[in-house]
Design a binder for this molecule. Structure first.
Ligand code: ADP
Ligand code: MG
Length: 703
C-alpha cells in the first residue's frame, strides 16, 4: 500500500491564498486587499506595509529566507533576483528579518540585460517591477532554499511594458469593459466584471537524462538537430492514451504533488501521440493566473524530471518525423455572476447574446487572423505549424456541424428554421441546443475550434508563454464588442438591431469558418481563394505587429503603444536570429567533433577489412561497396559543414536585424538541412558501436 496522499491538505500549501490573508491580516486590511483584487485601484503604502509583514511572517514560518519579484520578461520565461530578508543587525548584533511594503510593491532590477527591442536605451538601465495583486504570492523551494515569489509586472521607467504580463493585464481590462457593455444590453445588471478564463493543455517529452547529456543538440537547443528515424515511431498509435510506464508514472505523481502545493489544479494526465510524449492540463482559471501557472507548470516539469533521472523537453519539435508538442489554449469569457458568454444558454435571450458574441468573435478572428497567428509564433513552432500534426499556419474557425448549420441558416434567411424539432430559431423564438463537445466531432486540424462553451486555440507552441495569445484574443474581441455595443446602445429597436447585426457580421466574416480537413492541400488553395492569410514563419509574422491596423487596435484599448509594438517586432527578429545561430553552431560542433571523426574511424576499419579480405583471396565487394557509400556521404557532410560555417559567418556580418533573421530562415536553415541529410543517412549505415550519440530509438523508447 502506498502512503495516503491528502490532496486537500497539501493544495496551495505554498501559496499566500486569500484564506491565509484573511487569517493573518487585520479585517479592514483584508477587505481593502480583496476590494483591490476584484475592482482594481491603488494600494497605499500603509496597507502594503501591513500585508508585507504578514506575508513575510507566513513565508518565514515556512522556512523562507529570501523574497523575489518574479516577472516575465520578453524572453518568454520567468526571471527572479533573490533578496534575503536580512537587514542591518541591531546594536547587540541581533538580526531582524525585514520586508517592507515598499519592497513588496516595487522592485528595481537592472533591466539592461533583458530584451527591450530599443525601448530602453542602454544608458537608462533602470526598470521596475510592480506587484500584480491579482496573482497570489507563493513559495519556491529548491536547492537555494525557500524563496517567497511575488508575481510582478516589469516596466521601464518611462512606463513602457518590458514584459508579457503588463499587456495581458491591460487586455483583460479592455475585454472586461467592452464585454460588460454587451451583457448590460441583454439586461444583466448584476455582473460587475467579465474575466477571460484560460485552461492550457501542456504537452511535453521525457528523455533519459544520461542519454540527453550525450547530445549537445538537446542541451543547447532543446531539440535534436540530427537523428535517423527509429525502426518504430508512432505509426501503431499505441502510445496515445496508453498505459503509463512506471518511471513516467512516478514522475507524474511527483509533478502533481508539486503543482498542487503551488495551487495549480493539475487535473488530467496522459500519454500523447509520439513515443515519450505526454500531456498535463490544469483546470481553467482567470487568464493572468493561468499564464503565471503555466510558467510554473513548465518550470516544475523540468525540475521534477531531474529527480527522476530524466529531462523534460518542452520544445515544439524535439524529434523530426514525430509529432511535436503544442499547448491548446482554451479560452472563454465569464461574468462574475456566473454567465459564460460562450455558453449557448437555456433561454432565447441567452441564445441571442451567445449568437452576438459568436458573431463578434467571427469578426475579430477574421479581421485579425494575422495577429492571432503572430501571437502563437515562436522559433520552435515554425517546425510544427503546417506539418500535418498541428493546425496549419492558416487561422480558421471550426464551429462543429450543428453550430455551423445554425450560422449558415442565419446568414441565408435570418432565422434557423430546422434547429430542434418543431421549433425554429428566430430572435426571441426558440432556444439553441447544447453544443456539447462531441468526441466524434472534434476537428484536430483546426486552429481555433469551438468546443461546447469555449474556444480552443490550438496553434500555440508548447514552450511558449501563453501571455501573447491571450492578450491578442482579448484585444481583438474587445474591439469587436466595442463596435457592436456602439451600434446597439444607440438602436431604437434593440431586438431588430441585434438580429441585423448578427446577420451582418456572420455574412461578412463567414469565410473564416472551416469545418473540413485543415491538413489537406485543397484547404491551402481554398484559404488562399478566400483571402485568408497563410503566414508560414515567425519572422514573416512579426511585421503584422506594426501594421496600421494593429497599432490602431492596440493603442485604442491602451494595450500596446506603437513603440511597444515596434520593440516586440525587433525582439522577434533578434530572438529568431540568435536561436538559429545557436542551432547552426551546435551542428557545426557536433558534425566536426563527433560525427565526422567517428565516420572517419569507421572508414578506416572498413578499408582495413577490404584489404584483409582481398589478401585472403575472397570477394570484398560488400566491404568495398559499403566503404564507397559511406565515403560519398562523408564528403557531402564535410562540404555542407564548410558551407554552414560560411553561412553563419555571413549572417554574423549583417547589421539589419530583420534582414539577418530572414537570412537565417532562408539560407542558414537550408544549409543546416543539407548537413543533416548525409549524417542521418550515415547513422543508418555505420556500425552502431561507433556512433557517438544515442539515437532516436534509445531516446524515445528507453525512458
Ligand atoms: P481535451 O484534451 O479533451 O481538449 P482537457 O481536459 O485535456 O481536454 O483540457 C481542456 C481544458 O479546457 C482544461 O484546462 C479545462 O479546464 C479547460 N476548460 C474547460 N472549460 C473551460 C472554459 N469554459 N473556459 C476556459 N477553459 C475551459
Ligand atoms: Mg487534452
Amino acid at each position: 500500500m502506498s502512503e495516503k496522499l491528502n490532496v486537500e491538505d497539501i493544495f496551495a500549501s505554498k501559496v499566500f491564498t486569500l484564506g491565509k490573508m484573511k487569517e493573518r491580516l487585520p479585517r479592514s486590511t483584508y477587505r481593502e486587499i480583496k476590494q483591490l483584487m476584484d475592482q482594481g485601484g491603488e494600494l497605499s503604502l500603509e496597507t502594503a506595509d501591513v500585508v508585507a509583514k504578514a506575508m513575510k511572517d507566513w513565508a518565514m514560518d515556512n522556512g523562507a529566507t529570501h523574497y523575489t519579484h518574479w516577472f516575465q520578461p520578453l524572453t518568454g520565461i520567468t526571471a527572479e533576483k533573490h533578496d534575503a530578508f536580512v537587514s542591518h543587525p541591531d546594536e547587540e548584533g541581533k538580526m531582524i528579518m525585514e520586508f517592507s511594503g515598499k519592497e513588496l510593491i516595487k522592485g528595481e532590477p537592472d533591466a539592461s540585460s533583458f530584451p527591450s527591442g530599443g525601448l530602453r536605451a542602454t544608458f537608462e538601465a533602470r526598470g521596475y517591477t510592480a506587484w500584480d495583486i491579482t496573482s497570489p504570492a507563493f513559495l519556491k523551494e529548491d536547492a537555494t532554499g525557500v524563496i517567497l515569489c511575488i508575481p510582478t509586472a516589469f516596466c521601464s521607467y518611462t512606463g513602457e511594458a518590458l514584459d508579457k504580463k503588463t499587456p495581458l493585464l491591460r487586455s483583460m481590462e479592455a475585454i472586461n469593459q467592452q464585454a460588460l457593455r454587451i451583457v448590460r444590453l441583454f439586461g444583466n445588471t448584476g455582473a460587475t466584471k467579465v474575466v477571460a478564463s484560460v485552461g492550457a493543455e501542456q504537452e511535453y517529452f521525457l528523455v533519459d537524462r544520461e542519454k540527453y547529456l550525450q547530445r549537445e543538440d538537446l542541451i543547447f537547443s532543446g531539440r535534436t538537430l540530427f537523428g535517423a528515424p527509429a525502426p518504430k515511431g508512432q505509426e501503431l498509435e499505441d502510445h496515445y492514451f496508453g498505459t503509463i510506464r512506471e518511471r513516467v508514472g512516478s514522475y507524474m505523481k511527483d509533478l502533481n504533488v508539486e503543482l498542487w502545493k503551488l495551487g495549480v489544479t493539475a487535473k488530467t494526465q496522459h500519454n500523447e501521440v509520439a513515443p515519450a510524449q505526454h500531456e498535463l492540463a490544469p483546470i481553467y482559471e482567470t487568464a493572468n493566473i493561468a499564464v503565471d501557472h503555466n510558467q510554473l507548470v513548465m518550470e516544475t516539469m523540468k525540475k521534477v524530471a531531474g529527480r527522476h533521472g530524466m529531462t523534460c523537453l518542452l520544445h515544439e519539435k524535439p524529434f523530426a518525423g514525430m509529432n511535436g508538442s503544442g499547448k491548446h489554449n482554451n479560452w472563454s469569457l465569464c461574468t462574475d455572476n456566473g454567465v459564460n458568454l460562450l455558453d449557448p444558454g437555456d433561454t432565447p435571450n441567452e441564445n441571442i447574446q451567445f449568437l452576438l458574441v459568436l458573431a463578434c468573435i467571427m469578426k475579430a478572428v477574421d479581421n485579425h487572423a494575422d495577429l492571432l497567428r503572430q501571437s502563437a509564433s515562436d522559433v520552435g513552432n515554425d517546425h510544427r505549424l503546417g506539418g500535418n500534426e498541428a493546425p496549419p499556419a492558416i487561422i480558421s474557425m471550426f464551429l462543429g456541424e450543428q453550430l455551423e448549420d445554425v450560422v449558415r441558416q442565419l446568414i441565408e434567411t435570418g432565422e434557423a428554421a430546422h434547429l430542434i424539432e418543431g421549433g425554429k430559431l428566430e430572435t426571441g423564438v426558440s432556444t439553441l441546443p447544447d453544443f456539447e463537445k462531441d468526441a466524434t466531432d472534434r476537428n484536430r486540424t483546426s486552429s481555433f475550434a469551438f468546443t461546447g462553451n469555449k474556444f480552443e486555440f490550438r496553434t500555440v507552441g508548447s514552450a511558449d508563454s501563453i501571455a501573447s495569445p491571450n492578450t491578442t484574443l482579448n484585444a481583438i474581441v474587445a474591439e469587436a464588442f466595442c463596435e457592436a455595443a456602439d451600434i446597439l446602445e444607440k438602436a431604437d429597436n434593440f431586438e431588430l438591431a441585434v438580429h441585423d447585426l448578427i446577420k451582418e457580421y456572420m455574412t461578412k466574416h463567414q469565410r473564416i469558418m472551416f469545418n473540413g480537413d485543415g491538413y489537406a492541400d485543397e484547404w491551402i488553395a481554398e484559404a488562399e481563394r478566400r483571402g485568408l492569410p497563410n503566414i508560414k514563419s515567425m519572422v514573416e509574422a512579426a511585421a503584422t505587429l506594426t501594421t496600421d491596423k494593429s497599432i490602431r487596435l492596440f493603442e485604442r484599448f491602451g494595450i500596446f503603444t506603437r513603440a511597444e509594438l515596434e520593440s516586440r517586432e525587433e525582439i522577434t527578429y533578434e530572438t529568431y536570429a540568435k536561436t538559429i545561430n545557436i542551432e547552426a553552431l551546435t551542428m557545426i560542433d557536433m558534425a566536426g567533433k563527433k560525427y565526422i571523426p567517428a565516420v572517419i574511424r569507421y572508414t578506416r576499419s572498413l578499408a582495413d577489412a577490404v584489404i584483409a579480405v582481398k589478401e585472403a583471396g575472397v570477394d570484398a565487394s560488400v566491404q568495398t561497396e559499403l566503404l564507397d557509400s559511406v565515403t560519398v556521404r562523408l564528403s557531402a557532410a564535410k562540404a555542407a559543414l564548410d558551407k554552414l560555417k560560411k553561412a553563419v559567418a555571413a549572417a554574423a556580418a549583417m547589421e539589419d536585424v530583420k534582414a539577418q533573421a530572414f537570412f537565417y530562415k532562408d539560407t542558414v536553415k537550408t544549409v543546416m538541412d543539407e548537413l543533416r541529410t548525409p549524417i542521418d543517412e550515415l547513422e543508418m549505415m555505420v556500425d552502431k558501436s561507433v556512433w557517438p550519440v544515442p539515437g532516436y530509438g534509445e531516446l524515445t523508447f528507453e525512458v
